[in-house]
Write a protein that binds this ligand. Structure first.
Ligand SMILES: C[S@@+](CC[C@H](N)C(=O)[O-])C[C@H]1O[C@@H](n2cnc3c(N)ncnc32)[C@H](O)[C@@H]1O
Length: 209
């Protein structure tokens, strides 16, 4: 499975491969894995590539998620993947998992602590990846900026200390945290907000329940 996946275009919709290399992955060999807010499935396929025994990709029943799911299904066919899919939000998770991945979902919920508690009820381990505020990273406190953009897509964007704190407040024990990671997105070359880091900076945390 690993070699055939690595030769396929499963990363084309969103290419997080440079970011994936810098994340604190545990061994996923033989594990039951969950991808929350999967969109086109980049992280679900990445977990399968890393040897997961089973991967369940989940997302909301929204027009965006359904359109992204079409891409996921197409790629799954092309590469012969066994990734499963369920329409399910982070507050409606069910089952038992060894490992959960949550990429850029925390910033999209109005109750980030509740979301992380919900994941802890179903998974033994979590790898959380989310946007962080670079300006707030220079302050020595756990902080969040209230983003509350009018399109309702982002609510709280933490600084790295704040992200760690919110994970701990939800009952997780942090095992590893990255420094500030730069996202690899097309706008990063031309838009000043991406160049300066006002946007497109992330942080990842590995935690156990
Ligand atoms: C910025 S996209 C990230 C997609 C993918 N995880 C990635 O890293 O490329 C955010 C995703 O979170 C999903 N999402 C938003 N609110 C959610 C919720 N309450 N529960 C689960 N997923 C949610 C969206 O549908 C979308 O697919």
């Amino acid at each position: 499975m690993a070699s055939s996946l690595s030769e396929t275009p499963w990363w084309e919709a969103v290419d997080h491969r440079p970011l994936a290399l810098r994340m604190p992955w545990p061994s996923l060999e033989g594990k039951r894995c969950l991808d929350i807010g999967t969109a086109a499935g980049f992280w679900a396929f990445e977990m399968e590539r890393r040897g997961a025994a089973d991967v369940l990709a989940t997302d909301l029943a929204t027009p965006f998620a359904r359109s992204a799911r079409n891409r996921l299904e197409q790629v799954r066919e092309e590469i012969g993947s066994r990734v499963r899919y369920e329409e399910r939000g982070v507050f409606e998770l069910e089952g038992e998992f060894d490992f959960a991945f949550m990429g850029y979902v925390l910033q999209m919920v109005t109750d980030p602590i509740g979301a992380l508690e919900s994941v802890r009820r179903v998974s033994k381990q979590l790898l959380l990846l989310d946007t962080v505020s670079l300006p707030l990273a220079f302050l020595p406190s756990p902080l969040a900026r209230l983003e509350a953009r009018r399109d309702g897509r982002e609510w709280f964007v933490f600084n790295p200390r704040g992200m760690r704190k919110v994970v701990e407040l939800a009952g997780w024990t942090v095992e590893a945290q990255t420094g500030i990671l730069r996202e690899h997105i097309p706008q990063a070359r031309t838009d000043w907000r991406y160049i300066t880091g006002v946007r497109s900076r992330s942080c990842a945390i590995l935690a156990r329940a």
